[in-house]
Ligand binder design. Structure first.
Ligand code: UTP
Length: 241
C-alpha cells in the first residue's frame, strides 16, 4: 500500500520540539515496517507565519511571502529528514517527479511546498495523485472535518465520513471567509475530488494516531470516501480478517 501523509508544521514541530519530530520519524518507520511506501509532506507552521508577518511588514508581495513560506516548509522537512536518519531522500523533493523518484528508490519521500499560491495541503493531494497513492492522511491541528468552524461555532459537528464532493462543499465557504480555518484548503479538496483519493483528516498531535489510521483505518477523525471505492485491502489484512 502506498500512502502520502501531510503533517502540518505546528503538528510536526510545535516550538521546534525535537521529541515530537523524533516521534513522527518513529511513526513513519512503523508505517513502512507495516508494509507501506510512504510519502510525507511537511507544512510551515508557526515558523512560516512569523517569517511571513515580518516580510509583510517589510512590504513583500504575496509571491515573495509564499516563497518564504515554502522555504520554511523545507526547513521543517529537513528536521524530519534528520530524524529519519538515512531512511529518506537526502533533501526535500522540490517537485512531484523528484518525490516519486525517491519512492521508487524505496526511500521515505519527504517534501515541503513547491509553488506559490497554495499550501502544502494541495501539495499532498497532488503528490498522492501523481503516485496513485491508496491513501492520503492529513495530520492536522483539527480533529477532523466539521460542518462549521468549531473554534467559532459551538454547534459545529464533526463528519465521521463524507464524499470528496461534500468536502469541497464544506471547504468552499470557509475559504471565502477570512479568518475561518478550513481543515484542508480548497485546492486540496478539489484535487481529492477530481482524482477520487481516499483520505483521512485527523488530529496529528499524537503521531501514533497516524500509524493506526494508515495501517488499520482506525482513527477518530473524518474519512473522505470516494463514491463506490473499497477500503484499502491492507486494512482487512492488518485486522486479520
Ligand atoms: P503551509 O502548508 O504550512 O500553510 O505552508 P498553512 O496551511 O497556512 O499552514 P498551517 O496548516 O495553518 O500550519 C506555509 C506557507 O507556505 C506557502 C504559503 O504561503 C503557505 O501559507 N506555500 C506552501 C506555498 O506558497 N506553496 C506551497 O506549495 C506550499
Amino acid at each position: 500500500m502506498r500512502v502520502v501523509v501531510s503533517i502540518g508544521g505546528s503538528v510536526l514541530a510545535p516550538d521546534l520540539d525535537p521529541d515530537r519530530v523524533a516521534a513522527y520519524a518513529e511513526a513513519v518507520e512503523h508505517v513502512t515496517a507495516g508494509g507501506c511506501e510512504a510519502g510525507v509532506v511537511v507544512g510551515g507552521g508557526g515558523v512560516a507565519r512569523e517569517y511571513i508577518e515580518t516580510a509583510r511588514d517589510l512590504g513583500a508581495n504575496e509571491v515573495e511571502l509564499d516563497q518564504l513560506g515554502i522555504g520554511t516548509t523545507r526547513l521543517n522537512a529537513r528536521l524530519l529528514i534528520a530524524a529519519l536518519d538515512g531512511r529518506s531522500n537526502l533533501s526535500p523533493a522540490t517537485g512531484y517527479d523528484e518525490a516519486a523518484a525517491a519512492l521508487r528508490r524505496g526511500e521515505v519521500s519527504v517534501m515541503g511546498g513547491v509553488t506559490p499560491g497554495q499550501t502544502t495541503d494541495a501539495v499532498a493531494a497532488a503528490f498522492a495523485e501523481s503516485v496513485d497513492a491508496d491513501l492520503l492522511v492529513y495530520a492536522t491541528s483539527a480533529d477532523g472535518v466539521y460542518d462549521a468552524d468549531p473554534n467559532v461555532d459551538p454547534d459545529a459537528t464533526q463528519f465521521e465520513s463524507m464524499s470528496p464532493a461534500e468536502l469541497v462543499d464544506v471547504v468552499l465557504p470557509m475559504s471565502r471567509d477570512a479568518g475561518a480555518s478550513a481543515p484542508v484548503d480548497l485546492l486540496a479538496a478539489k484535487l481529492i475530488d477530481r482524482a477520487g483519493i481516499r483520505s483521512i483528516v485527523l488530529d496529528g498531535t499524537d503521531p501514533a494516531a497516524v500509524v493506526d489510521a494508515v495501517l488499520r483505518g482506525e482513527h477518530t477523525g473524518t474519512d473522505v470516501i470516494p463514491t463506490g471505492s473499497d477500503e484499502p485491502a491492507h486494512w482487512a489484512d492488518a485486522r486479520g480478517e
